[in-house]
Design a protein around this ligand. Structure first.
Ligand code: IMP
Length: 456
């Protein structure tokens, strides 16, 4: 089974890192294909916790190649911080490979992300403010700086110069607009302070300092820079298994998610081809990862969101705080309308349900099976129109809950009948078999479902 894609089936934070870590056991290479350090993957190995934002979750296997594909946007400071952190913990990173074509998140991207969000005010997307959107925008504008540019200081300076000028202008304009708004709101004292900031050249945007700094990153990253697409082909053509590890998730997809409340990349399975440089027929399996309930960080529609004690239970028992920003995640019931959409869009061959243990103590359990529009129409499929989705009301089926603590369950027969019935209901409603259920953060805290245990 050479090409396997792992994708998030909801709004992110489903536990893809843990699933990747488990499946990686049978793979030769693990590749990240989109997103950047907006992602946060947590893996618990022998009680030790590892948090990654950029490095593929396969890095804990030193004999496997971990790749950052061309579709990723990469903040070199964050990446080097992760590399140093791993080295301190004696994890060998010698097999990390970074695509020469991946784009770099520059300091001005981070500034623009924040300034853009501040400007949007109440309409803000709730981005992670890591510069993701502005970096992908520069890629599309052909003003991006790529990893390979780090290796030639002359080219690097030229490219930064070309990209920097419009950013300085945009940031100046955003700052002037902000001062105007503050003035209108009568915030005189701060206005004076802001004016000084706007007029002084921002030291973070100095061409020479930035070039020097990034050339330095280039020196450190050089041993890892490679033609990662070719490395993927070599593995796939040799019949070896390659895992393509998605970040974020289907409903945050730039094209197919709840736009504009989405990320700026394509976290769906199809994007693995573009973001890693492989062909569609290189993909043999697509594993979706969904939580046993639903969460979302940031703004945007979330039909099954809960604002009650049950939502609080999910937040607290599930430790639903963002790995990247520490924000509280919004929590709600499992949504089969959205999940069916994700299953089809990614053409999933298998589903993993994580955090099933978090639901113990909730009775009854509810699962959204359809939506109803404001006009009373029944919606069995995920509405493509933003206004319909925003006002859609979910309709639920109730299932009996369970009290048993699932964290020690290791086989299907350990699970209470109600938990098994809950999984069966999801599998049937989503139209795809569930192969694995997570019952705790540890890598051993899983229950394989069906005959084929852990087989790829
Ligand atoms: P951005 O990716 O930082 O531009 O943020 C866009 C939207 O995607 C915001 O709602 C973020 O909260 C969300 N987002 C980005 N990365 C993740 C993630 O890894 N997990 C969950 N939500 C994310």
């Amino acid at each position: 089974m050479p090409g396997v894609v792992i994708v998030g089936a909801q709004w992110g934070d489903e536990g893809k890192g843990k699933v990747t870590d488990l499946l990686a056991e049978n793979a030769n290479a693990i590749v990240r294909f989109q997103g950047g350090n907006n992602a946060g993957h947590t893996i618990v190995r022998d009680g030790e916790e590892f948090k990654f934002h950029l490095i593929p979750s396969g890095i804990l296997y030193p004999d496997k190649i971990s790749m950052i594909g061309n579709g990723v946007v990469l903040d070199p400071r964050i990446l080097l911080g992760e590399i140093d952190g791993l080295k301190r913990r004696r994890v060998d990173v010698g097999n990390l490979r970074i695509s020469a074509n991946a784009h770099l998140i520059m300091p001005y991207h981070v500034l623009l992300d924040t300034a853009g969000e501040v400007k949007l005010g109440k309409l803000s997307i709730g981005t992670t403010r890591r510069g993701i959107g502005p970096c992908y925008a520069d890629k599309a504008l052909r003003l991006g700086i790529r990893v390979q540019d780090l290796l030639d200081v002359k080219i690097l300076r030229k490219k930064i110069m070309a990209a920097l000028e419009p950013k300085q202008q945009a940031l100046r304009e955003l700052s002037v607009q902000r001062r105007k708004l503050r003035k209108e709101a009568g915030e005189g004292a701060r206005e004076g302070a802001d004016q000084t900031v706007a007029e002084a050249p921002d030291p973070r945007l100095d061409l020479h300092a930035m070039t020097e700094e990034f050339a330095g990153y280039g020196h450190r990253l050089e041993p890892h820079i490679a033609d990662t697409a070719r490395l993927c082909w070599d593995e796939l053509d040799g019949g070896h298994t390659v895992l393509f590890e998605g970040a974020q998730a289907t409903l945050l997809d730039l094209d197919h998610g709840t736009y504009p409340f989405v990320t700026s990349s394509n976290p769906i399975a199809g994007a693995a081809c573009v973001g890693a440089g492989i062909g569609p027929t290189d993909i043999d399996e697509v594993w979706g990862v969904a939580k046993a309930y639903a969460t979302r960080v940031g703004a945007g529609p979330f039909p099954t969101e809960l604002h009650d004690e049950v939502g609080r239970h999910m937040l607290e028992r599930g430790h639903e705080y963002g790995t990247t920003t520490g924000r509280e995640r919004r929590c709600g019931w499992m949504d089969l309308v959205a999940l069916r959409y994700a299953v089809r869009l990614n053409r999933m061959s298998a589903l993993t349900i994580t955090k099933l243990d978090v639901l113990s103590g909730i009775d009854p359990l509810r699962v959204a099976v359809r939506y109803r529009s404001r006009e009373g129409a029944v919606l069995d499929s995920f509405p493509y129109h933003q206004s319909i989705l925003h006002s859609a009301e979910p309709e639920y089926e109730e299932l009996p809950g369970f009290d048993l603590d699932l964290t020690d369950c290791r086989s299907e027969s350990d699970l209470p009948a109600e938990a098994r019935a809950y999984l069966d209901f999801i599998a049937e409603g989503a139209g795809v078999p569930i192969r694995l259920a997570g019952v705790g953060p540890g890598r051993e805290q899983v229950v394989w479902i069906g005959e084929e245990r852990g087989v790829l």
